[in-house]
Design a protein around this ligand. Structure first.
Ligand code: ATP
Ligand code: MG
Length: 276
């Protein structure tokens, strides 16, 4: 992986994982506004990110850090995992990003048709399609300007003009999504405000739109203004990507949450509403 806090879409490789899926939390409908003003639910194709009976027992440890973890998150929804310090939340995120390999279980994307039936076989969740922003990503900025920071993991070999145009388009899109479009690309990333540093960290992960965007403690260490900005930004981003967050800041994120789970000490995960 790159020596940055971010797992670049070009820098991660992991074993293929396969498994059988179950549509436990499949989003099987969307809302459309019809003439006359009414909202009606319609069923449509959708995909769901699914974790099935994942266990993790790293070599040299006595116990499993994660035990039989199962959950699913429909596309373009916002999932939140909370729980005590040391319960295994970050450990789980590392498995989802392909940074470590589960000892058992599978992590897949399953497509569903109109009536909730499986549409095709489950696909393994490729690490190239996962964006992860670790805790305090700005501590790992390595470039002295915004452009170099965001293009750090990009292919260095000669690319065609067409590919360059595509990359430029994707970069512009990512900058627009996170509201960085007015920032000069020459600016030193370390001179940005706390909130803008987080935006940059997110933009790096959004150049190649991930199937799953994972954020570990996205509000940690920010002042109240930056926290409000990041929450607003995530609300907007939720329309574009599926987001899974680990956080202790439950109240601030509550309005975004579609599904939540509690990680218990010992590495078991259970669906749970926010505790307030
Ligand atoms: N590779 C490893 N080998 C052995 N133990 C590990 C390894 N990785 C993590 N641990 C242990 O697993 C437990 C869970 O750690 P983890 O960082 O996932 O917790 P967390 O829920 O993210 O905590 P926090 O809320 O403080 O961030 C801790 O006791 C940690 O020391
Ligand atoms: Mg953690």
């Amino acid at each position: 992986m790159a020596s940055s806090a971010f797992a670049s879409p070009w820098s991660l490789r992991s074993p293929k994982l396969q498994g059988q899926a179950s549509p436990t939390a499949a989003k099987s409908s969307s809302r459309l506004r019809f003439r006359g003003g009414g909202l009606r639910r319609i069923r449509c194709d959708h995909s769901c990110f699914e974790v099935k009976s994942v266990g993790y027992h790293p070599p040299g440890t006595q116990f499993n850090l994660l035990k039989d973890v199962s959950f699913s998150l429909p596309e373009k929804s916002f999932g939140l995992i909370f729980g005590q310090s040391g319960s295994g939340k970050t450990t789980l995120l590392q498995l989802l990003a392909g940074l470590n390999k589960p000892t058992s279980g599978s992590i897949i994307i399953q497509r569903y048709g109109d009536s909730g039936e499986h549409k095709g076989p489950p696909e393994h969740l490729s690490p190239e399609k996962v964006g992860i922003v670790f805790q305090f990503p700005e501590r790992y900025f390595i470039a002295d300007n915004v452009l170099d920071e965001i293009t750090f993991g990009w292919p260095r070999q000669k690319v065609s003009t067409q590919s360059k145009k595509q990359l430029a388009f994707k970069l512009q899109r990512a900058f627009n999504w996170v509201g960085l479009d007015r920032i000069s690309l020459d600016k030193d990333p370390h001179s940005l405000s706390g909130g803008y540093k987080r935006r940059l960290a997110l933009a790096i992960q959004l150049v190649e739109v991930p199937d799953l965007l994972i954020l570990d403690e996205p509000l940690a260490g920010l002042d109240w203004k930056a926290r409000t900005d990041v929450v607003k930004l995530l609300k907007h981003l939720k329309r574009e990507v599926t987001i899974l967050v680990v956080s202790h800041d439950l109240r601030e994120l509550a309005s975004l949450v579609d599904q939540s789970w509690r990680m218990e000490m010992g590495g078991t995960l259970r669906e749970d509403s926010l505790p307030f």
